[in-house]
Design a protein around this ligand. Structure first.
Ligand code: GYE
Length: 328
């Protein structure tokens, strides 16, 4: 009975969302009033990865016949919290969100728990003392991604017979899980190998424009001769850095080793062209897993708490001729 009321309310919310919720980008993707309704707070549209991730969620909701209330927070945590509150008041069946940073979620998640709404955390993680505040996590093992980046560097240094390499790091959004763990995993993999010195670590916020800015200032400070390796936490920043390097007469991939993360098509093309040396894969294609879990939860099934997709690494040492189009 309670469920019926909840569904009915959420369905009305879906239909009226534009009128009722100021600035709410939600739109009904199903006309079926008895369909499950998922409230999804996306953190922004900062990268090809993110846009691919949103599309994956929309397509999967459609395939499963679920209603999707989607709100894009444009990189603001307060907007994400407001979106989650609106999902609670409309009594959606399941809340899904990708937290921009790790801390500051306990209050709103307590509200969701008190309302009896399961929460799936997707992509990035939260930091909390109370694991009962969320039902499950679906997203990458970012520590493993960082390690893969470091392992590639070790292999590349071996191949070059390098004695010493100066590394600069362009990091993602401060306090976010991929930023923290991609950094930590990389450091673990090169730890104790005195061929490497990380001379600088600057934040590019996962944005192409900031990747450009960071690269410009790194070149000013260290000069092209002072930098041997660039480890960038996502493809957008890498692509921004590439433009700056090439404009400065540097041949990325040859004069400098470039290591990136994600695997969006434009970056894979640059890897194939020899302008990037390694891309650690991070898949945005999480929609199907999320919706399958929504379905399982609606049937009262137990779901695993931690869920990592399988990921790999694309490098200059691999034959990439058979690599399927990345789709984003
Ligand atoms: O790598 C980056 C995006 O959280 C894994 O966020 C995601 C990261 C992804 O902006 O491109």
């Amino acid at each position: 009975m309670r469920h019926m009321t909840r569904r009915a309310l959420a369905a009305i919310a879906l239909a009226l969302c534009g009128a009722l919720l100021a600035g709410c980008a939600a739109k009904p993707v199903t006309a079926n009033p008895s369909a499950l309704v998922v409230g999804f707070s996306q953190l922004g549209a900062e990268s090809g990865w993110r846009i691919g991730n949103t599309a994956s969620m929309e397509q999967a909701a459609k395939r499963w016949g679920f209603g999707l209330m989607l709100d894009n927070a444009n990189q603001r945590q307060d907007k994400q919290i407001a979106a989650i509150r609106s999902f609670i008041s409309y009594q959606v069946d399941v809340i899904v969100f990708s937290p921009i940073v790790e801390t500051g979620w306990d209050n709103v998640l307590t509200e969701a728990r008190n309302a009896g709404i399961p929460v799936i955390i997707m992509d990035r993680m939260i930091e909390t003392d109370d694991d009962g505040l969320y039902t499950a996590y679906i997203g990458a093992d970012f520590l493993a991604e960082g390690r893969r980046a470091g392992e590639f560097l070790v292999r590349k240094a071996d191949a070059l017979g390098a004695e010493h390499l100066n590394v600069v790091e362009i990091t993602g959004t401060e306090e976010s899980t991929p930023m923290r763990e991609r950094q930590a995993g990389f450091m673990q993999a090169i730890d104790g190998d005195d061929r490497f010195t990380v001379i600088a670590s600057v934040s590019g916020d996962f944005l192409r424009s900031k990747g450009e800015e960071c690269m410009r200032s790194l070149l000013e400070t260290y000069g092209a001769e002072g930098i041997d390796v660039i480890y960038s936490h996502n493809d957008e920043m890498t692509l921004g850095a590439l433009d700056v390097l090439e404009a400065a007469g540097v041949k990325p991939g040859e004069d400098m080793v470039l290591i990136s993360v994600d695997g969006q098509q434009e970056a894979v093309d640059a890897l194939k062209a020899g302008r990037i040396n390694c891309i650690v894969e991070c898949t945005p294609d999480l929609g199907e897993r999320v919706m399958a879990m929504v379905d399982a939860l609606s049937k009262g099934e137990e779901v695993p708490k931690q869920n990592h997709p399988e990921e790999t690494c694309f490098t200059e040492f691999d034959d990439l001729s058979d690599l399927a189009p990345r789709g984003y």
